[in-house]
Design a protein around this ligand. Structure first.
Ligand SMILES: [Zn+2]
Length: 315
């Protein structure tokens, strides 16, 4: 997409700014590179923000609002991968950034029984003055059938969320597990399979939003089950087939669970050909007297503080 293609389309100013904002990481890279090439902090590694992985069962009134309150009391600033990336390129990263991501939302017509829970979670986050990243499964498989038909009303809502600063990440088309037992690539997955999971999903999201006049670029892939990153191998890496498919999109961040928490060189962010692999932690779960696992706000916040403190030690 070029600036020309944006300006020649009927859009509100807000749409225009959003469209530009979502893509500036790529549009202005040469300028940013020039700036950083003389900046004194060039050699300083960039700390990966503490990042929490949530699912719809974590959308509990006795957990999420308390967690958000705690994170605010701790002085965290909620960012998205996109907004944080932009702040890295501009050399203006918030002092205590944190990324909340919520997996498994779908806008397919016949899927996502937990949709109202996802909406409730978003409203709590918004009310706290924070933001989050939603991992979208574009064509979830139910009874071996991919649910392709999209719910246009839900997509209208997604447009509004993006305009409010929430990020939509691809969580693939079908939510397949990419891993063999050693966390390496599955032997039965072909390039066409990776294209179907990643490129197709990204394209559907961008196309559906562009039909609404919102020129949005998907920059983040959230890996299903944290698979797709061979963390148990001697040289951990994103599966090559996944990386190749990502290079057919504008994806910059590949989000898993294991690893991905140590600082990365600034050049990794600046180089448009490099993917950034980042990990997350799940909430802390405690077992209640009935034997049920319930998320605990205090312990989860403590884990996120530890991650932030480790950043300070490493930075
Ligand atoms: Zn998932």
């Amino acid at each position: 997409m070029t600036l020309r293609s944006i300006t020649h389309t009927k859009m509100s100013r807000r749409h225009f700014l959003k469209g530009v904002g979502a893509t500036t990481g790529y549009m202005f890279l040469p300028l940013d590179f020039g700036r950083f090439s003389v900046a004194p902090q060039k050699a300083t590694p960039i700390a990966i923000p503490p990042s929490l992985m949530l699912h719809s069962p974590d959308g509990r009134a006795d957990f999420l609002p308390y967690l958000l309150e705690q994170l605010q009391a701790d002085g965290f600033t909620a960012v998205t991968y996109q907004s944080w990336y932009q702040s890295v390129l501009e050399g203006q990263v918030p002092a205590k950034p944190i990324i909340l991501s919520i997996d498994d939302i779908s806008l397919a017509r016949s899927a996502c029984a937990a949709f109202t829970t996802f909406v409730q979670m978003k409203e709590w986050i918004k009310a706290a003055g924070m933001t989050a990243v939603y991992g979208v499964i574009t064509e979830p498989v139910i009874g071996e059938q991919p649910q392709r038909e999209q719910d246009e009303t839900r997509w209208d809502l997604m447009q509004a969320w993006v305009e409010e600063g929430f990020e939509l990440a691809s969580h693939t088309s079908y939510h397949s597990n990419f891993n063999a037992v050693d966390t390496g690539p599955r032997p039965d997955f072909t390039a066409a399979d990776y294209e179907a999971e990643i490129v197709r999903s990204t394209h559907l999201m961008e196309t559906t939003l562009s039909e609404r006049g919102l020129f949005y670029t998907v920059q983040t892939l959230i890996l299903p089950y944290g698979s797709g990153y061979a963390y148990q191998r001697p040289e951990p890496q994103i599966h090559p087939g996944i990386a190749a498919a990502c290079r057919h999109t504008k994806i910059k961040f590949v989000v898993g669970i294991a690893h991905g928490r140590v600082p990365q060189p600034l050049t990794t962010f600046i180089n448009p050909n490099e993917l950034v692999y980042v990990g997350r932690i799940p909430p802390a779960y405690l077992t209640d007297p009935n034997g049920q696992q319930i998320p605990d706000a205090g312990q989860t916040a403590a884990w996120l503080r530890t991650w932030h403190n480790n950043n300070q030690n490493e930075g």
